[in-house]
Design a binder for this molecule. Structure first.
Ligand code: DGJ
Length: 729
């Protein structure tokens, strides 16, 4: 960190974990990011000042060239998507709209919030007294090199100011030529798509009212052909579960000293945020991550950031049995008790009763909102089941969907005005509940509080099963208020029950973002438990989240969602790399299947300290039908890899496959783990290292030459466990 003394014209230099952020924040200008990328070392004030040297402006463009501010607008000749859009509506008699192009100027020197070798933070305040606006810009670099940004705008005028957009945009250098983001649908979330970074706007705007099955998770721009292990990349993530956008944008004149911009923010509907005098709008946190070694480098920084948060679960992640695919709505006490017995016998640690336990909920068309145990199905309440589960030594979890209501419910009949958008088209026969209505909010909070208290619940599976396309609160667009209220509901419930854990589920994986994860303890990655699909979904989910936050369950041999069949060993290796569980009616399993499950659960318990603390690594294989991923301990002494064949290959043998992330200065004992069964091999000549006792090989061989892989049948996987043998002398 190089201090910029107040009043001096020296850019601020924040450094952490191989990242440098150089910010020029000289009044009256807004802060400008001169460099965000590889660590530049200890820079003198003179060299920092030299950053300001600009290239010559092109003919017929503006007569000066300068770095864009973090809030670029037409004021600084930025022709692209503006950082701020808002208006102070004119008087009712038709007078003109005021403050359309505010001229925000910083009011003083940069405020250094924290400084040190592990990053730091700064704040800059700015105003436009004529427009009646005050802006605050916060930038901080955490010890892992993750850059957090928050902007806030305050109405200092004496009449309302409407905020239509407030977004953060950071510069991208000319080396950023390709864009990668994700899309998807129910049961096929987080499907990657790649495109060249051309002139124009690559905008991923979400107006679904939830993060979405097609959410990009991370929007990444990088060097030619960047992959998991190579390339210089820059990613952005907007930590928000309501409407939001990520964008990359490039124009012929470039972006000041750079070529393009990357950023994002919340998507606001007209009239959604109208600030009364003195009111402030804060953007969600927008995170930016640079990596010089591909997407794995981005994930490593983000996983460390996520693991350092206070809300991050610190206890061993219990092996879950969730009842959804086992029984669906067939809630029968004896059947569920038997399921719990079998679960306990194989080593399950948490039993979660899914949808179907509350009043009128015999299928998915009715009952949401009636958060009382259905007396017709559960005459003694849930106590007989909960007591049984606890008697077996398991934790107890329950499914809820607090933000929703079925029109066919006692709640909707009693309070039709509590519906978020009365009369809007239904989805899954349901509608949003207007949580910004204090009475509706109070009812749901009290019901959840009562249920968690009565049954001492350890866990809630918190679902959200529809897009909210036209949320209206008090006659105005209400998604912002709904999202804020949903966050508050989670926060208030956790304040009353600090030991409670909550899963963010949304028709599978439609609510995965760091906003919801600031108050939840894992996500449900997808409703598909088809292991072939799961291999790709989990791999891309790890872009943002470490495995311990990603629910990954073994389903039955024939996947309910796709109809595809897969052997148990493949399903087991696939589900191991996450917060593992079971989504299967194991009361109907054979003795052999139960024995395999018990071994797999023992393996999960053995490996979870590594799986849930190490660094995720993913190989860039040329073979399009195979995937290799692993987790390597931070000290490089232990690793576990999964090598999966998803589709046939035209090569007879896959050849050598490099194992990424290992320490080349060590040797490793490599053991295939057949705890959950052996995969079927193609061909007779299996490499000698596949013997159960394994082999010892130097890290250099494993990382540079690679391991000769056997041919595997499609839909099968190998699990490799590596432990450091001895240092190479
Ligand atoms: C959607 C979830 O994704 C499923 O796992 C299940 O909980 C159902 N909702 C229940 O309605």
């Amino acid at each position: 960190m190089t201090d910029a003394m107040p009043g001096t014209a020296v850019p601020v230099h924040l450094r952490a974990a191989g990242v440098s952020l150089v910010v020029d924040a000289v009044p009256p200008g807004l802060p400008r990011v001169l460099h965000w990328g590889r660590d530049l070392g200890d820079l003198t004030a003179e060299s920092l000042v030299a950053f300001r040297d600009a290239s010559t402006p092109a003919s017929f463009s503006v007569d000066h060239t300068q770095a864009l501010s973090v809030l670029p607008t037409g004021r600084e000749c930025w022709p692209g998507t503006p950082g701020l859009v808002g208006q102070r509506p004119g008087p009712a008699d038709g007078g003109s709209c005021r403050a359309p192009f505010p001229d925000l100027r910083s009011t003083g020197p940069v405020e250094l919030l924290t400084t040190g070798p592990d990053g730091g933070g700064l704040r800059v305040s700015a105003t436009d007294p004529e427009a009646g606006l005050a802006l605050t810009v916060e930038l901080s670099l955490d010890p892992f090199g993750v850059l957090r940004t928050v902007l806030s705008i305050t109405n200092t005028g004496d009449d309302p100011y409407e905020v239509d957009a407030l977004r953060v945009l950071l510069p991208l250098p000319p080396s950023a030529v390709e864009v990668l983001d994700l899309t998807g649908v129910w049961c096929h979330e987080r499907s990657p798509q790649r495109s060249p970074l051309v002139h124009g706007t690559h905008l991923r705007a979400n107006r679904r009212g939830r993060t979405g099955h097609d959410a990009t998770l991370l929007l990444t721009a990088g060097s030619t052909g960047f992959g998991f292990r190579t390339g210089e990349v820059r990613s952005v993530h907007v930590a928000w579960s309501g409407n939001h956008e990520h964008l990359v944008e490039r124009f012929p004149e470039g972006a000041g000293l750079d070529t393009a911009v990357i950023g994002g923010g919340e998507v606001l509907a007209p009239g959604e945020v109208v600030l009364a005098p003195g009111e402030t709008y804060r953007t969600p946190e927008v995170f930016f991550v640079w990596s010089g070694d591909g997407l794995d480098g981005v994930s490593r920084r983000l996983h460390r950031h996520v693991r350092a948060r206070a809300v991050h679960p610190r206890s061993a992640r219990p092996l879950v049995l969730n009842t959804w695919e086992a029984v669906y709505f067939d809630h029968d006490l004896e059947r569920l008790r038997t399921l719990a017995d079998v679960a306990a016998a194989v080593g399950v640690e948490r039993f979660v009763l899914d949808d179907g336990w509350f009043r009128h909920r015999r299928d998915d068309s009715a009952g949401l909102g009636d958060w009382y145990v259905d007396e017709t199905v559960w005459p003694e309440g849930l106590h007989p089941l909960v007591d049984h589960v606890r008697g077996l030594g398991l934790q107890m979890g329950l499914w809820v969907e607090p933000e929703m209501v079925n029109p066919d419910s006692d709640l909707a009949r009693a309070h039709p005005d509590w519906l978020l958008t009365p009369g809007a088209p239904l989805a899954r026969s349901q509608q949003g509940l207007d949580l910004a209505n204090p009475e509706a909010y109070g009812y749901v909070l009290d019901r959840l509080d009562a249920l968690v208290g009565e049954y001492s619940l350890d866990y809630l599976k918190w679902d959200h099963n529809r897009d909210l396309h036209v949320p209206v609160h008090a006659g105005r667009p209400g998604l912002h208020a709904q999202t804020v209220a949903a966050y508050r509901l989670l926060d208030d419930l956790l304040a009353r029950h600090p030991a409670l854990e909550i899963e963010s589920c949304s028709s599978g994986g439609a609510r995965i973002d760091l906003g919801i994860l600031a108050r939840t303890h894992r996500i449900w990655a997808s409703d598909t438990n088809d292991a072939v699909e799961r291999q790709s979904i989990q791999r891309m989910t790890w872009l943002l989240l470490p495995p311990e936050l990603v629910g990954s369950h073994i389903g039955p041999a024939r996947a309910h969602t796709t109809g595809r069949t897969a052997d148990l060993p493949f399903r087991a290796v696939t589900a191991l790399f996450g917060h593992a569980g079971i989504e299967w009616d194991i009361a109907g399993c054979t003795e052999d299947e139960l024995a395999v499950l018990a071994c797999w659960i023992r393996l999960y318990k053995e490996l979870r300290p590594l799986l849930h603390t190490g660094d995720v690594v993913r190989a860039d294989l040329a073979d399009p039908g195979a995937l290799l991923h692993g987790v390597v301990s931070a000290d490089g002494t232990e690793a576990v890899f999964g090598y999966a064949r998803l589709a046939p290959t035209t090569d007879s043998y896959p050849g050598r496959v490099r194992l990424p992330g290992l320490d080349p200065a060590r040797s490793y004992r490599i053991r295939p783990r057949y705890d959950a069964g052996r995969p079927e091999l193609f061909g007779r000549a299996a490499p000698p290292w596949l013997r159960e006792e394994g082999v010892v090989l130097p890290g250099t061989v494993l990382t540079e030459a690679g391991l000769p892989m056997p041919g595997l049948r499609p839909s099968s996987a190998l699990l490799l466990h590596l432990t450091a043998a001895c240092p190479v002398v």
